[in-house]
Write a protein that binds this ligand. Structure first.
Ligand code: FES
Length: 312
C-alpha cells in the first residue's frame, strides 16, 4: 500500500516506519519465521480454532486488536498501583495486587500473541515485516513484565517497578506500530466497506461472453465486479476480497463458492457470506440481470444479502 508523504506533520513517523521495513536483519528474520510458521498455518488453516483466532465470520472483526487492550490495561493498572505505593502484599500473603495484575497481563499477552501470529500469517510483503517488528516489540515488553514479576515475587519491589514501567513503555511503542498496521496499512480492515456503486443499471459484459460455468472480472463505473453464471443464474459480487484486496475472479469456483487466491477465504456467490475465513466481512452482492443481450449490474449496500440475482 502506498504511503502518503504529503502531510509534513506525519512525515517523521512515515520515514521511521518505512525505514523499519528496509532493515536487512528484519527481512532475514521475516523469511526465517515465515519458513517456520507458514507450513504449520497451511496445515491447520481450515481448523475452526484458527479461524476463531482471526475473529472470522463469528465475531465480525479481528480478535487481536480487542485482546491487545487487556495486557495494556493490566500493566497500566500495575503502574498506577506502583505510583500510589499500593504494591505491597496484604498481611499474610506473598502476592501483592500489582503482581497479580502483572501475571494477568502476561496471560492476556500470550493469548493476544497467538491471535497476532494468526493474523500475521495472512498478511503480505511489507505488512509482514512491520507486523514482525510489532511482535518483537511486544515480545520484549512481555519479557520485561515477566522479569518484573519475578523481581516482585523475590521481594525486590523497586526493581520490579522499574522493569514493569520499562515493559509498559515498550508495549505502548508496539501498540503504536500495531495502530499503523491497521490505520496506515489497512491490515485486517474491510477493504470493501465503502464500495457501493454504480447507482443505476450498467452493462457489465455481453451475455454471450459469460456462458454457464464461466467466471470473469469486470470494472463498472470504477467498481470491480466478479460475475459467475451457474445453472443459468448470474451471480455478481464485489471482485475485491474484503480481507486484503485480492481479486476473487482469479480464484477457484466450487459449488457456487469462490476461494480467494491469496489467503483462501471462501465466499458464497449467492449471498456473499463467508464460508471460511480469514475474512471477517462478507462480500457485497450486486443485483444482476440480463437485458438485450447484456448482463447488467447495479450497486448495493455493502452488506450480506440472501436474495439471488435476477435474470429478468
Ligand atoms: S485477500 Fe486474504 S482471503 Fe482474500
Amino acid at each position: 500500500m502506498a504511503e502518503s508523504g504529503g502531510d509534513p506533520g506525519a512525515a517523521w513517523h512515515q520515514r521511521v516506519l518505512a525505514e523499519i521495513t528496509r532493515w536487512p536483519w528484519l527481512r532475514r528474520l521475516n523469511d526465517q519465521v515465515a519458513e517456520a510458521v507458514d507450513p504449520v498455518y497451511d496445515r491447520f488453516r481450515a481448523n475452526p480454532a484458527v479461524e476463531l483466532m482471526h475473529g472470522g465470520r463469528w465475531l465480525g472483526h479481528s480478535l487481536h486488536p480487542a485482546l491487545s487492550d487487556l495486557p495494556i490495561g493490566f500493566w497500566s493498572a500495575v503502574l498506577l498501583l506502583d505510583m500510589a505505593g499500593q504494591d505491597v502484599p496484604p498481611e499474610g500473603s506473598r502476592l501483592d495486587p500489582a503482581s497479580t495484575l502483572n501475571a494477568a497481563g502476561i496471560a492476556a499477552a500470550a493469548a493476544t500473541a497467538a491471535t497476532g501470529v494468526a493474523d500475521w500469517t495472512v498478511s503480505d510483503a511489507e505488512d509482514r515485516r512491520v507486523g514482525l517488528f510489532h511482535g518483537l516489540l511486544n515480545g520484549a515488553g512481555t519479557t520485561l513484565q515477566g522479569m518484573s514479576l519475578a523481581a516482585r515475587l523475590a521481594g525486590r519491589r523497586r526493581t520490579g517497578q522499574v522493569l514493569g514501567a520499562a515493559g509498559l513503555s515498550v508495549t505502548v511503542a508496539a501498540a503504536y506500530v500495531g495502530g499503523h498496521l491497521v490505520q496506515g496499512r489497512a491490515v485486517m480492515v474491510n477493504r470493501v466497506a465503502t464500495h457501493t456503486g454504480p447507482q443505476r443499471w450498467v452493462k457489465a459484459v455481453a451475455e454471450e461472453d459469460l456462458p454457464d460455468g464461466a467466471v470473469t472480472g469486470v470494472e463498472v463505473e470504477g467498481r470491480r465486479v466478479m460475475l459467475h453464471r451457474s445453472d443459468g443464474e448470474v451471480h455478481a459480487i464485489d471482485d475485491v476480497c474484503s480481507h486484503a484486496g485480492a481479486l476473487l475472479h482469479r480464484g477457484e469456483i466450487d459449488d457456487c463458492t469462490v476461494v480467494c487466491p491469496l489467503h483462501f477465504s471462501v465466499f458464497d456467490l449467492r449471498d456473499g457470506h463467508i464460508v471460511r475465513g480469514p475474512a471477517h466481512h462478507p462480500q457485497p452482492v450486486l443485483p444482476a440481470r440480463v437485458r438485450n443481450g447484456w448482463i447488467e449490474v447495479r450497486g448495493s449496500a455493502p452488506a450480506p444479502r440472501s436474495r439471488r440475482a435476477s435474470n429478468s
